[in-house]
Unconditional design. Structure first.
Length: 111
């Protein structure tokens, strides 16, 4: 089993997420042969089939996109103007807005 640590860091007007998963270097995921074959001799592969994330010990590497990710990646990212009244966040978490402090959501600051 692994243990993780993460930090959110404000940096020049944007936020970085730093995340470290502490695993033993000897600990390897026990993957079925058909998934091991996807790796061939590589240590990393694209997660085009997310079933690989179902196995203990598999690590996910997140790489930030450029400022124009839509053009760079040829995708469209749908955004909405939401308020706390229209956000589905509370419903998804099965919370009522009054049950949790919302100041960090409104101000963008944890403290």
């Amino acid at each position: 089993m692994g243990e993780d640590r993460y930090a959110l860091a404000d940096h020049n007007g944007h936020t970085h997420v730093a995340y470290v998963l502490e695993l033993s270097s000897r600990q390897r995921p026990d993957l079925p042969a058909e998934i091991r074959e996807r790796f061939a001799s590589r240590r990393f592969i694209a997660v085009n089939l997310p079933d690989i994330l179902d196995y203990a010990g598999v690590e996910l590497v997140l790489i930030g996109a450029s400022k124009d990710a839509e053009r760079e990646l040829g995708i469209r990212i749908v955004t909405e103007d939401e308020s706390l009244d229209t956000a589905e966040l509370f419903a998804r978490l099965r919370l009522n807005p009054g049950d949790v402090p919302i100041d960090p959501l409104v101000s963008g600051r944890l403290r």
